[in-house]
Design a protein around this ligand. Structure first.
Ligand SMILES: [Zn+2]
Length: 416
């Protein structure tokens, strides 16, 4: 621009000087013909100068206190105003665009702004017209705000459900699009309105997450016939393991929708618990009892001692076997538990009915280990020796009932 101005600095004074000389000559001339000739020469010189330099008459647009553009005609400003109205899409634009003043100037063609440039200049110099962004959800216009405001609110919503320390990507569940444009400042929604609209949008957040997950140990039972039924010992103490699991997680508004495993690595392998259980039947040889009933002895070998026999002076209905408190009491044969509970003088008591209709009774227990209705197998622990009910010391009161009548239990368990 400065170079072009330099042309005018040289050319315009030259033209003006020429015109002054002509005018002075014409003034001093006494001949009308001479004056006419000089006037023609002056005009030709002026036109020739303009043609030679490319300079022309134009208008500086004085708008809102400053020069905002150079137009070739006042109509060009009106054309630009029509363009602004079209860009903003609001006929109220006319009421906020100020009336410009035009200053005549001489300039080069290339210094004259095109209509779009003039329109942009009008927008940039009119506070009531602003650039903004329209928000569309599923194709419907829902808000319109300053671009920075809308962008900030949208990003804030999209990041709302990010998990700290994890790389997250997110998008809206709805189809959300934006479009930039020009608006009347008074038409823009405020931040609160934009936040309300945007906060109603659902956010789909995806992330890859790695977590350590506890792996519980299994319990493995090993049996041994070197130990009696009821023997139980933990040979190996179990320990939980840890797996490092990587998952792709999809959330909607912070609620997990799906987790897909993409990797799993063992950090610490679990140690399975090993439990040893005895299977040997106590006093199995004794079980070959009278009448081939096949009862086993109701207490572990070596724990007991007969303290009272059947039918002694007090009409004793069973056999008393003294044993330490807590000693296991075994079902002498398979059967169904028909009683397990408190039974007056018997204290805690279990009654088992066997398949042949016989019943066996186990009384004064410290603790019961079966329930009415249970089917128990031979050798299963059904109670623990105690001294509940009418009892003077820890012992098992054992009865055998055949056809509804008590019989001497001794032969059935090979005592006697
Ligand atoms: Zn007794």
């Amino acid at each position: 621009m400065e170079g072009e101005c330099a042309i005018f600095d040289d050319v315009i004074p030259l033209i003006l000087k020429s015109v002054k000389v002509c005018a002075s000559t014409i003034k001093n001339s006494s001949s009308k013909a001479k004056r006419g000739a000089f006037a023609i020469i002056a005009v030709i010189a002026l036109v020739a100068s303009f043609s030679f330099t490319g300079a022309r008459l134009a208008y500086n647009v004085n708008y809102s206190g400053r020069i905002i553009a150079t137009v070739s005609s006042k109509q060009q400003f009106n054309d630009a105003l029509a363009l602004v109205i079209n860009m903003v899409g609001d006929k109220d634009v006319e009421s906020v665009v100020e009336e410009p003043t035009f200053n005549t100037t001489v300039t080069l063609n290339e210094n004259i702004n095109n209509t779009q440039e003039v329109a942009n200049a009008i927008i940039n110099n009119t506070d009531a017209i602003v650039e903004g962004t329209t928000l569309y959800v599923d194709g419907n216009k829902v808000a319109c705000a300053q671009s920075e405001v809308l962008e900030g609110v949208i990003n804030s919503r999209l990041n709302a459900f990010d998990v700290e320390g994890v790389e997250c990507t997110s998008h809206f569940a709805q189809s959300v699009t934006t479009e930039q444009g020009y608006f009347m400042a008074s038409e823009l929604d405020n931040t609160l309105k934009v936040q309300t609209v945007v906060s109603s949008l659902s956010v789909v957040t995806k992330m890859r997450q790695t977590t350590d997950v506890m792996v519980p140990y299994q319990s493995v039972v090993k049996t041994t016939d070197e130990q009696l039924i009821g023997y139980k010992k933990v040979a190996v103490v179990g320990a939980s393991g840890v797996n490092r699991v990587t998952q792709d997680v999809v959330m909607i508004d912070g609620k997990v929708q799906s987790c897909t495993d993409v990797d799993s690595q063992v950090v610490i392998a679990p140690v399975n618990e090993v439990v040893i259980k005895g299977t040997a039947k106590p006093n199995a040889s004794v079980g070959q009892a009278a009448n081939n009933i096949g009862f086993i002895f109701p207490l572990p070998a070596g724990t007991w001692q007969v303290s009272a026999y059947y039918g002694d002076g007090r009409n004793h209905k069973g056999l008393d076997l003294r044993a330490p408190s807590g000693t296991s009491i075994y079902a002498v044969a398979e059967g169904k538990v028909v009683y397990s509970g408190w039974k007056g003088n018997y204290g805690y008591c279990v009654i088992i009915e066997h398949s042949n209709g016989m019943r066996t009774v186990y009384a004064h227990a410290k603790q019961l280990c079966c329930n009415v209705g249970d089917t128990v197998s031979q050798g299963e622990v059904i109670a623990l020796v105690g001294t509940t009910g009418q009892s003077t010391g820890n012992h098992l009161h054992f009865e055998v009932i055949v056809g509804g009548r008590n019989v001497n239990p001794a032969p059935y368990i090979n005592i006697g």
